[in-house]
Ligand binder design. Structure first.
Ligand SMILES: [Mg+2]
Length: 455
């Protein structure tokens, strides 16, 4: 698969390639993993926050949500938003809002994503969280007698439940015990890594996962495919576990040394040398290892945790792994013929509108009498085209997520999620294995972006 370029990146100048682990270096079966998150979070809601047993009937359908949606905590709505912060699609709980209902709440204006009532959901657990929140909203509306908290509190609680499931080890224990169920083995990733080494690149891992979990996953996904190394620890010059990203990039947290064999920790305030650590601080790592920020490329899957802070505080180059990309690109290809039809219809509609404008010009500017039957006929044609267009757009969208459409687009504009990717990632790809299809000396150049007047 291709690697997509937002900003020039010359791989010849990159000396270190750093990787996030979960969902970047190690790929998950996202549907089963999100379902596990969903189930664990339901348990937390009941056990920690005393939610009623009614929530046992909540059901998980991976396709009910996509990454990059925005939750309106005040109104119990879930929104798809364009790069100009305009709402393009919205649901109240799991009930779709029609255009009028949407206009009534949001008045057609742009929303302010800085307002704390809005929550951008773009982590990997966004699917489980969004589904739980939408069903909590449904339950609150359907059974007022349960006296569930406000929509905003429902959102906070759902977020808490998902977060705790991640932090208290419930998910990790289950994953470690059933690696084949949750984790994808991908030989091509290992090939890509070993090829980087042949070209003299140093490889780092900076993960928020602990050492035991990191070791379990890398033993499982990397070691079986190694050709020129014995163990993943030989492949990576530095491994930082429990890195507390994004704070790792901005706060002076101290390093601890991890004993590779026992996992035992030791205080460490000396110069960082090759090895395995816990915690720490990116600028110290970079300085001690003797690299310039521009010589390090860091790959992650999470805009906020992996990329945004890093871009703002360190000078490292950035790459984002977006697992939805594969199916999104395939759907674009499959719908090419529909897009052509839509363009043709739009051309026809534009021509009809121009003809109508000419007729009105005659009436308003030349005081000519115009034949109303001709005007009405043209209007009818426009209406017919609109109907036709709606049909095509529906068919087009059916190739993407049924409820939400494309991940990267909101109508004719990029989605707010795609905009973030464009802003913070120098390059992006579906899977780091995609590097194997390109030379480690590749000069990635973006294509020239056209402005409105250049077309
Ligand atoms: Mg990750």
């Amino acid at each position: 698969m291709a690697i997509y370029v937002n900003r020039v990146l010359n791989m010849k100048q990159i000396k270190v390639i750093g990787f996030d682990m979960d969902h970047t270096l190690v790929r998950y079966h996202s549907d089963t993993f999100e379902e596990l998150t969903f189930n664990e979070a339901i348990k937390k809601l009941k056990n920690d926050l005393d939610y009623p047993v009614d929530i046992d009937h909540f059901s998980f359908n991976f396709k009910d949500a996509i990454r990059g949606l925005v939750v309106d905590k005040e109104n119990g709505n879930i929104l798809k938003v364009s790069l100009y912060n305009k709402i393009k699609n919205s649901y109240h709980g799991s009930k779709k809002l029609n255009y009028k209902e949407q206009q009534k709440t949001y008045l057609g204006s742009s929303i302010d994503l800085g307002d704390p009532r809005y929550l951008s959901v773009d982590t990997n657990f966004s699917i489980a969280f969004t589904i739980i929140f939408s069903q909590l909203v449904d339950l609150k509306d359907k059974k007022p007698q349960l006296e569930l908290p406000s929509y905003a509190e429902l959102a906070d609680h759902a977020l808490y439940a998902v977060d705790i499931a991640h932090r208290d080890g419930s998910l990790k224990e289950e994953v470690k015990a059933n690696l084949e169920k949750y984790i994808i083995k991908d030989e091509k990733i290992v090939k890509a890594l070993e090829r980087f080494k042949k070209y003299g690149k140093k490889l780092w891992i900076v993960t928020n996962s602990g050492y035991a979990y990191t070791k379990a996953l890398l033993d499982y996904t990397i070691n079986p495919f190694l050709k020129e190394h014995q163990d993943w620890t030989e492949l990576f010059e530095v491994t930082v576990t429990l890195a507390a990203k994004p704070r790792f990039f901005s706060d002076k947290l101290s390093f601890l040394k991890v004993d590779e064999k026992t996992g035992m920790l030791e205080n460490y305030d000396k110069k960082v040398i090759p090895g395995i650590y816990q915690g720490g601080y990116a600028p110290k790592l970079q300085k001690d290892m003797g690299y310039l920020g521009s010589e390090i490329l860091y790959l992650g899957d999470h805009i906020y945790g992996d990329i945004l802070k890093l871009k703002k505080t360190c000078d490292w180059r950035t790459a984002l792994v977006i697992e939805e990309l594969d199916s999104e690109v395939k759907a674009y290809k499959d719908t090419k013929y529909i897009s052509i039809e839509i363009d043709k219809l739009m051309e026809k509609k534009t021509a009809l509108e121009a003809e109508l404008d000419d007729l009105y010009a005659k009436e308003h500017e030349l005081n000519e009498q115009i034949d109303k039957t001709i005007v009405n006929k043209k209007f009818d044609e426009v209406v017919a085209i609109d109907k036709e267009l709606a049909k095509h757009i529906k068919e087009y969208e059916s190739h993407f997520n049924e409820k939400w459409g494309e991940v990267m687009r909101a109508g004719a504009e990029p989605s707010v999620y795609a905009h973030q990717i464009e802003k913070y990632a120098c390059i992006y790809m579906n899977n780091i294995a995609d590097f194997y299809d390109h030379s480690p000396r590749m000069y990635f150049r973006p294509s020239k972006r056209k402005l409105a007047h250049e077309i």
